[in-house]
Write a protein that binds this ligand. Structure first.
Ligand code: C5P
Length: 222
């Protein structure tokens, strides 16, 4: 039985990868499954929160009982998060592409007769977490970001917390040997103004429930 400690609270959760088009049939993506973001949305829902779940094309289905806003690109995700404000909490668990293809074509790119390969050009995407973290109006009371790192996890995530204006960063080591990316378990360190709190390795559902509990604790203390 879960205590419904988040009744009356609105939480925005981003999840999954983004797809950045090259042409109408091709895109650039990443290996995010959406599993951790989906588990977080479900845990917050179970505690009674109203959840706006802004998701890229994930492998796992979205949870029931949340408002699902399905997007493809980082720009669409940014627009959807903006439209979902105001919120008490924002949890940005999506693996947003850092770049989009600035010379994407409106028609399928064809092979040319001389065998020249096309060149893709890239432009930076909006950083949704940094944008929401630095809002001066309508900033959620608690902004939580993620940091998937392969080395020096705590120093990188600590710097990221400050740079992005986040209250918390949930940092994890996604080196292939950990099996975390695409797997069912996670080992995270919660970085806050109080420092770094390393949680033991546990299921992504358990990480989600523990994070939702910490969120409820914090809102109740505010
Ligand atoms: O800088 P990095 O991509 O490692 O930061 C990860 C955190 O920032 C995650 O919480 C992710 O959801 C968020 N992010 C974002 N928009 C971007 C890039 C990352 O919201 N364009």
């Amino acid at each position: 039985l879960v205590a419904r400690r988040l009744v009356g609270r609105h939480v925005i959760v981003t999840s999954g990868p983004t797809h950045e088009p090259i042409d109408p049939v091709r895109y650039i993506a990443n290996r995010s499954s959406g599993a951790q973001g989906t588990a977080i949305a479900a845990a917050l829902r179970d505690m009674g929160a109203r959840v706006s779940f802004v998701t890229g094309p994930a492998e796992v289905p979205p949870p029931e009982g949340v408002e699902v806003i399905a997007v493809q690109t980082a720009q669409e995700m940014h627009d959807a998060v903006k439209a979902a404000l105001p919120a008490d909490v924002a949890v940005m668990a999506a693996a947003v592409a850092d770049w989009h293809v600035s010379n994407a074509q409106g028609q399928k790119i064809k092979k040319d007769a001389e065998g020249h390969a096309p060149s893709l050009q890239f432009a930076e995407n909006p950083d949704i977490l940094a944008w929401i973290g630095h809002l001066t109006q309508d900033r959620p009371a608690l902004v939580v970001g993620f940091a998937a790192e392969t080395n020096d996890v705590v120093p990188h995530a600590t710097a990221k917390r400050l740079r992005k204006g986040a209250d918390w960063i949930v940092a994890n080591d996604v080196s292939p040997a950990t099996g975390i990316m695409g797997g069912s378990e996670n080992a995270v360190t919660l970085i806050s103004d109080a420092g770094a709190d390393a949680w033991p390795r546990m299921g992504k559902d358990q990480v989600a429930r523990r994070l939702a509990d910490r969120i409820a604790d914090t809102l109740e203390e505010m």
